[in-house]
Design a protein around this ligand. Structure first.
Ligand code: 2IT
Length: 449
């Protein structure tokens, strides 16, 4: 292994031993960059890699809010502005009870490469809070979001940092966050956040974009194998926005999503989450705030497997679309034993390191990396920013067409980057290299800091 690369990875392992998710994300990216670093000794001269694994800045702040019963509660909020070399920081906010700085940094690091892959002018950032939205009332959510924005507003802005949603932050939360920003600043500022409702500057297709983009990417992979999505079965996880978008697009194209999961287990629907009623029910489950996928099984009379993950089911395509480290080595072995040919990561870092290595060693399975597959979400956020700054509104068809084009380009850039460095058809390395190259070029051009 390249000596400089090794020393950077070792440094991150040593100095961030208390940030396992961050270390995992860094290791997974850097180890695929070896041929690039070998060919560019100038990077070591300016210590490019150590600069890339250090966020430009990170804010930690206190968020106090009042529950409906009048009691007060305190949470921690973060915003990690990871890399702004190619544009203002851009990335979501995650509200989830067990997030921490390690999770923020891993997501910010991933976001930097992902955003670079989109070809659009957006740097990488991420934020959130260790607030648990489960079971909270609408007024509690509003008060939390207002308090959160009171702490965050001075660090963001349309040319500085543009937050969006992630787990626990959807259109409702973005509305409350934006409302508070507008109240504090006294101006609209091009909408500042993305994922807004359509009535006040949101983009058509943004709610669907991550899921649609993932399916467009999948179609490219299938085409490479001479196959079509029509008639395929897909195992998904979670029941958030992303999975909802996959269900909608997959259904439209004649495929079937047969599993959804939640913290309580997974459901198996052999007919597919494939009628308008079933697809809509995903949004009903989300809005209920219960966070239980069993509700789907009760509603539609399908199998519910408590406490289990869906990775053992027989389906043509696996699309882990819930959260990080959801697929473990034993699942990966089961997936391979089941003869699955397509493993398409959708959530950020959904596969543990050992499971990912195992899958990549198997000749019979194609692995597609999350940072490419899920990039349609943030790409459409950048399209929302473009519409806001031009003060115009594109139709759903216009946005969808651009999204589709962007996903095809991401796929092709990844294929080409891996080929260029002699790695063959390697979508994982290709995505990392293509994203890295763009950020590296911008950092080299801007001098050392
Ligand atoms: O992981 C992601 O790319 C997101 N949560 C969306 C980020 C965005 O700015 O739309």
């Amino acid at each position: 292994m390249n000596a400089y690369l090794t020393s950077v990875i070792e440094g991150v392992r040593t100095h961030h031993a208390d940030e396992p998710e961050f270390v995992q994300a860094v290791e997974e990216v850097l180890t695929t960059l070896e041929p690039v670093i070998d060919q560019h000794p100038e990077y070591e001269m300016v210590d490019l890699l150590n600069r890339m694994v250090e966020p430009e800045r990170t804010f930690t702040f206190r968020v106090c809010w009042m529950a409906d019963d009048g009691t007060w509660h305190t949470n921690t909020g973060w915003r990690c502005q990871f890399n702004g070399a190619i544009g203002p920081y851009k990335g979501g906010l995650r509200f989830q009870k067990d997030v921490n700085l390690s999770v923020m940094k891993f997501l910010g690091f991933e976001q930097t490469f992902k955003n670079a892959l989109t070809g659009l002018p957006i740097g990488g950032g991420k934020g959130g809070a260790d607030f648990d939205p489960t079971g909270k009332s609408d007024s509690e959510i509003m008060r939390f979001c207002q308090s959160y924005m009171q702490a965050l507003y001075r660090y963001i802005g349309p040319d500085v940092d543009i937050p969006a949603g992630d787990m626990g932050v959807g259109a409702r939360e973005i509305g409350y966050l934006f409302g508070e920003y507008r109240r504090l600043k006294g101006c609209f500022e091009n909408g500042v956040l993305t994922g807004k409702g359509f009535s006040y500057g949101g983009s058509r297709i943004r709610p669907e974009a991550t899921g649609y983009g993932a399916v467009y990417y999948l179609q490219n992979v299938l085409a490479h194998e001479g196959e079509d999505i029509q008639g395929k079965t897909i195992a998904c996880a979670g029941f958030g926005n992303v999975t909802w978008g996959i269900c909608k697009k997959a259904t439209e194209l004649g495929a079937k999503v047969v599993t959804l999961s939640g913290p309580d287990g997974y459901i198996y629907d052999p007919d597919g989450v494939a009628t308008p009623e079933k697809v809509d029910y995903i949004t009903v489950m989300r809005a209920s705030g219960r966070n239980l996928v069993k509700d789907y099984a009760d509603r539609f009379g399908v199998e519910f497997h408590p406490g289990e993950k869906p990775w053992g089911v027989k389906a043509d395509i696996m699309m882990p679309s819930a959260m990080q480290n959801d697929v473990h080595l034993e699942h990966a072995k089961q997936i391979v034993a089941n003869g699955v040919k397509y493993y398409i990561e959708v959530a950020n870092m959904p596969t543990t390191s050992d499971a990912l290595s195992y899958l990549q060693e198997q000749p019979g399975i194609i692995v597609a990396p999350c940072k490419a597959v899920n990039a349609g979400g943030v790409a459409t956020s950048a399209l929302e920013m473009a519409q806001n700054s031009e003060r115009l509104v594109w139709t759903a068809e216009e946005v969808d067409q651009q999204l589709h084009q962007i996903m095809n380009t991401i796929y092709q850039m990844s294929v080409d980057a891996a080929e260029r460095y002699g790695l063959g058809y390697n979508l994982v390395a290709g995505a990392n290299i293509a994203g890295f190259q763009r950020v590296a070029d911008a950092m080299m051009a801007q001098g050392v800091f």
